[in-house]
Design a protein around this ligand. Structure first.
Ligand code: HEC
Length: 192
């Protein structure tokens, strides 16, 4: 038994933080934080790269294809549901928040307005749902200047990007942001 445990512990150490299925709220929050952090780092890096290489038009695919792909990959490998949501969505199909997510985003918005740093904007809770208890986690996504060529005021969005957004997202509500505002969040959910 001891040996099995040791092997399991070794395996767990080699795997990402969420792969050993933590059971208590603190560990689950840490695992969720690691997942959201990975997603934010990967996306930020890709965005910077594409913006530098081909400008905002070329970078659209990062927020459009890469973000759902990274979230999907994290969901598949962890068994937890990872998505990006917002109170003002560009893509209603993927980005619309449920009731808990709306509440969490509003809480984070208030905390940001009260002066909290973007890096610590997270909210976790264990919630009773009709199908049982679930762990829920929201990590805030705050706009940086590089987000504004696609999410800023009309005058900061290049015409070519505006044209694509109008065609591809006729119901786009995700413009008009300044830097340092809550654009949305990475939402993570795990049935218990
Ligand atoms: C080059 C254009 C571009 C840039 C730059 C950009 N986005 Fe986006 N963003 C998009 C597009 C397009 C979508 C719609 C994605 C989809 O189809 O699901 C989107 C969707 C989102 C969503 C999902 C919710 C929704 O509204 O549908 C979030 C959250 C988001 N972006 C945050 C950010 C943040 C934060 C930054 C800066 C770090 C950023 N974006 C930079 C184009 C961009």
């Amino acid at each position: 038994m001891q040996r099995v445990l040791t092997t399991a512990a070794l395996l767990a150490a080699a795997l990402p933080a969420w792969a050993n299925q933590p059971a208590n709220p603190t560990e689950m929050t840490e695992a969720a934080r690691a997942m959201a952090g990975q997603m934010i780092r990967q996306l930020g890096g890709e965005l910077q790269k594409q913006l530098a290489a081909g400008g905002p038009e070329a970078a659209i695919s990062v927020c459009k294809d890469k973000a759902p792909a990274i979230a999907g990959e994290l969901s598949r490998t962890s068994g937890w549901r990872v998505t990006r949501v917002s109170l003002k969505v560009r893509n209603p199909l993927l980005g619309s928040p449920d009731e808990w997510e709306q509440g969490a985003l509003k809480i984070l918005e208030r905390r940001l307005a009260a002066g909290e740093k973007p890096e610590t904007l997270e909210f976790a809770q264990i919630v009773d749902e009709p199908n049982g208890k679930v762990f829920r986690y929201m990590r805030g996504l705050v706009t940086a200047p590089l987000c504004l060529s696609c999410h800023g005021a009309p005058e900061s969005i290049p015409d070519a990007v505006k044209a694509r957004l109008t065609t591809e997202y006729p119901h786009d509500k995700a413009t008009g942001y300044g830097a340092g505002m809550l654009r949305g969040g990475v939402s993570i959910k795990r049935p218990l």
